[in-house]
Design a protein around this ligand. Structure first.
Ligand SMILES: *[C@@H]1O[C@H](CO)[C@@H](O)[C@H](O)[C@H]1NC(C)=O
Ligand SMILES: *[C@@H]1O[C@H](CO)[C@@H](O)[C@H](O)[C@H]1NC(C)=O
Ligand SMILES: *[C@@H]1O[C@H](CO)[C@@H](O)[C@H](O)[C@H]1NC(C)=O
Ligand SMILES: *[C@@H]1O[C@H](CO)[C@@H](O)[C@H](O)[C@H]1NC(C)=O
Ligand SMILES: *[C@@H]1O[C@H](CO)[C@@H](O)[C@H](O)[C@H]1NC(C)=O
Ligand SMILES: *[C@@H]1O[C@H](CO)[C@@H](O)[C@H](O)[C@H]1NC(C)=O
Ligand SMILES: *[C@@H]1O[C@H](CO)[C@@H](O)[C@H](O)[C@H]1NC(C)=O
Ligand SMILES: *[C@@H]1O[C@H](CO)[C@@H](O)[C@H](O)[C@H]1NC(C)=O
Ligand SMILES: *[C@@H]1O[C@H](CO)[C@@H](O)[C@H](O)[C@H]1NC(C)=O
Length: 678
């Protein structure tokens, strides 16, 4: 028997069998107390999870838990983060969510096709959406599953135990919760229509069945008879989650809903009084500190959700600006850096697009204003050359200038909710297979579009955005220094080969006998430079293990760049950049062409190399950095600021590019059978 520390703040109860119950202390009047209780329960819930350990599969719970419940659990962890701001579990949650997303990004993973029903997929999808929005989707999804009667009771129509002969008249908390939130979403979407207000009120009233005494939530179909199965142990979590969300979408429900969530939370905390640590949660919240003898992921999740839902007034509601239609943001991703000049992006929500990806390109082309399927020039939004580039954002290329728009877009479109201040959005870059963190200021619920940060090539200033690329060392070759050498000699020239973002070879400009401030025209006009650089590139590519011989070197990788000291020099625009405003000068070639700026991957690699003493690049970095935290890299069109961080052992942990983005407009694209109008 463990000996409890007796303190005033811990409720102690002696159970019939002599064990001591130590319920979780909860003062619902104190935000800190709620967060602290949530933290304890989140920890205990995650103690059931081992998917982050060697040999186990990220996102799976061990038996007897089905896959869908793991999805629900990570949904609860996303809620936990949303409510408490505690980021402790974000990495394992992100790992699990991304691991399980499946080849088509739809939470239909091949391993689960046998056990997965629509609603299983829905739980993972809901977890993904709830990091995002309490979307209308919930309603659409649930209407197909259950039935609703005149008392706003929701029945479970999917239980096979009654031989499919009749509607199953069992009522489960999660069904009611899903319908409640669905109705609240519709209420909100219809700008508060009386029809939906009435339905929301009806659903709230209908919840009474699950609160038979003292406003404490009960899984009435199984809790009292002790027959709740492993799945059913978790259902109360979803009702609590969705009741709280309802107060955001339909604020008039707040008092009625909190009148139930508050006593339920208090009771749930008391029921967390069992197991080996004396604080594992049972499900019978009605029983006070007399633990019901059960433990599990579901019980912990239910307690966690109902307790943290009491913080709902403290957190911002979703910004649902894009429900219905095809919304898009058009950001001026002010930059000179990726492929030459300033670019714009049009961003789509995947859910607003047709499921059939083959149908996308003509739609994108139409919107951009490239020739439509019938050869007609449509009056679109793009400007000629940008056409294929912004389309690439969603599913192929990885151009950093567009990456920078994703974070602000996610906030402005309501995909993610952010409090005022600095927001960090995690972006899964499917092309690099990497997580990018984008940090930027949020003002009035929107990504700030003004700030003191100027980028060359963009008029005025805009908010500073930091997409940070995590763990991008060795993406292609497995090593940050793919040859194993700090410097190699290729064609008699000292070269440093780095794989950060993508493989890149650095040489000193003077190593090939040219001035480092040469502009693209000068590179092209040089009689032998192209040939020299290309043969260095091919030799290095083989040494880096990218290709087996020089002849088979791909055109796109590795990139090659010349570096030199931070001298003042003339830019493409004719303006002069001062040497003391940059740390070094870079001239990169991409697919055989001198780049008009610096490809983002080259910028990342440069920042990494600039920090590694003894490398070719470091040797040419000015002793005193312009900005001590970052590398300020000069290129033919101006400069770009990149940060690189290393861990204690000298491994690159992440690199950051600073850029700006401004939201230009959002709107609808109308698709017609015979073409497009914008
Ligand atoms: C797995 O995650 C838990 C948190 O739930 C953490 O305590 C543990 O250290 C992690 N294990 C590994 C191997 O990362
Ligand atoms: C699918 O199962 C295989 C074999 O057990 C495992 O290696 C893989 O990681 C699983 N993938 C997912 C997404 O669960
Ligand atoms: C389902 O049908 C079988 C065979 O017809 C019957 O034995 C069983 O009792 C039925 N179950 C229910 C719950 O009605
Ligand atoms: C809600 O109000 C906004 C702003 O007045 C309007 O644009 C929108 O169409 C309305 N939505 C519905 C569904 O009526
Ligand atoms: C819709 O939801 C938003 C976000 O929570 C809220 O501010 C707004 O008041 C809601 N609209 C109505 C009509 O209640
Ligand atoms: C999006 O939000 C902005 C700012 O609140 C508002 O002006 C605009 O009308 C909204 N757009 C839609 C489509 O609701
Ligand atoms: C980034 O900006 C450059 C310059 O306009 C453009 O050529 C390139 O295609 C852009 N990348 C993307 C993905 O838009
Ligand atoms: C590393 O440098 C040594 C000479 O110092 C050379 O023999 C070796 O080939 C180089 N390794 C690679 C992979 O280039
Ligand atoms: C770059 O560094 C090398 C090695 O220290 C040095 O010899 C060279 O002069 C530097 N180049 C410039 C332009 O400063």
């Amino acid at each position: 028997m463990r000996l409890p520390k007796v303190t005033a703040s811990v409720a102690i109860a002696l159970l019939a069998d002599g064990r001591v119950a130590q319920a979780i202390n909860l003062d619902l009047g104190s935000i800190d107390s709620i967060k602290s209780a949530a933290r304890t329960i989140a920890f205990d819930m995650m103690s059931f999870y081992n998917g982050n350990t060697t040999g186990n599969i990220p996102g799976n719970l061990p038996g007897p838990y089905y896959w869908w419940e793991a999805g629900a659990m990570f949904g609860a962890m996303i809620d936990y983060w949303y409510y408490t701001g505690d980021t402790t579990y974000n990495d394992i949650t992100t790992q699990a969510m991304l691991f399980q997303v499946g080849p088509n990004n739809d939470y239909m993973t091949p391993n689960q096709t046998k056990t997965e029903g629509n609603d299983d997929q829905g739980f993972w999808g809901l977890a993904a959406m709830s990091a995002a929005e309490w979307a209308e989707k919930t309603w659409d999804w649930m209407t197909g599953v259950g039935l609703l009667d005149n008392s706003y009771y929701v029945y479970d129509g999917s239980d096979l135990t009654i031989n499919c002969s009749n509607v199953n008249h069992l009522q489960w908390t999660y069904n009611a919760g899903a319908f409640l939130l669905g109705a609240a979403n519709m209420y909100n979407y219809t700008n508060g229509s009386s029809k939906w207000q009435e339905r929301v009120n009806g659903m709230v009233k209908g919840l009474d069945v699950f609160f038979p005494a003292n406003n404490i939530m009960q899984e009435v179909a199984c809790e009292n008879n002790g027959k709740c199965d492993v799945d059913q142990h978790s259902f109360k979590a979803y009702l609590a989650r969705w009741m709280a969300a309802t107060t955001k979408m339909a604020p008039f429900t707040y008092d009625a809903i909190m009148a139930k969530l508050t006593p339920s939370a208090q009771a749930a905390a008391q029921q967390c009084s069992g197991g080996n640590n004396g604080r594992m949660c049972g499900l019978k919240w009605q029983s006070g500190t007399a633990w019901d003898g059960t433990t599990g992921v579901g019980q912990e999740m239910a307690a966690l959700e109902v307790i943290q839902s009491n913080l709902i007034a403290q957190v911002r509601g979703p910004v649902t600006n894009s429900t219905g239609g095809t919304s898009k943001g058009d950001y001026s991703a002010g930059t000179t850096s990726v492929c030459g000049s300033t670019s714009r992006a049009i961003i789509f929500r995947e859910e607003h697009l047709l499921a059939d990806r083959a149908a996308w390109p003509p739609i994108f082309r139409g919107i951009i204003g490239s020739p439509g399927p019938n050869g007609r020039q449509l009056d679109g939004m793009g400007g000629g050359k940008s056409a294929l580039t912004w389309i690439s954002i969603d599913y192929s290329s990885n151009c950093g200038n567009v990456t920078s728009t994703i974070g602000p877009f996610a906030v402005d479109s309501g995909l993610v909710q952010r409090k005022e201040g600095m927001a960090t959005v995690r972006i899964h870059n499917t092309n690099m297979g990497k997580i990018i963190y984008s940090t930027f200021p949020v003002v009035d619920g929107e990504a700030a579009s003004s700030g003191g940060f100027a980028i060359d090539g963009v008029a005025g200033t805009a908010a500073k955005i930091k997409p940070a690329f995590i763990n991008i060392a060795g993406l292609k070759t497995g090593k940050m220094l793919p040859t194993g050498n700090i410097t190699d000699t290729c064609e008699g020239v000292e070269a440093t080969c780095v794989d950060v973002g993508s493989p890149c070879i650095f040489i000193q400009a003077e190593g090939v006998g040219i001035a480092g401030t040469i502009l693209p025209d000068g590179v092209d006009a040089h009689p032998t430079l192209h040939k020299t650089l290309e043969s260095i590139r091919r030799k290095a590519a083989v040494a880096m293990g990218i290709c087996k011989d020089e002849a088979s070197t791909p055109g796109s990788i590795p990139k090659i760049a010349m570096v030199s000291w931070s001298a003042s020099h003339k830019l493409l625009s004719g303006e002069t950049i001062q040497g003391n405003t940059i740390d070094l000068v870079v001239r990169a070639l991409s697919v055989g062409q001198p780049h008009r700026a610096a490809p983002i991957t080259v910028a990342l690699a440069t920042a990494a190399a600039a920090n590694l003493k003894g490398l070719t690049v470091h040797a040419n970095v000015s002793g005193e950095r312009v900005d001590s935290d970052v590398s300020t890299i000069g290129h033919s069109s101006g400069k770009i600021t990149v940060g690189a961080k290393f861990d204690d052992r000298g491994s690159l942990t992440h690199a950051t590019v600073f850029r700006t983005a401004k939201r230009r407009m959002d709107g609808f694209v109308y698709l017609k059978r015979n073409g497009l109008t914008v």
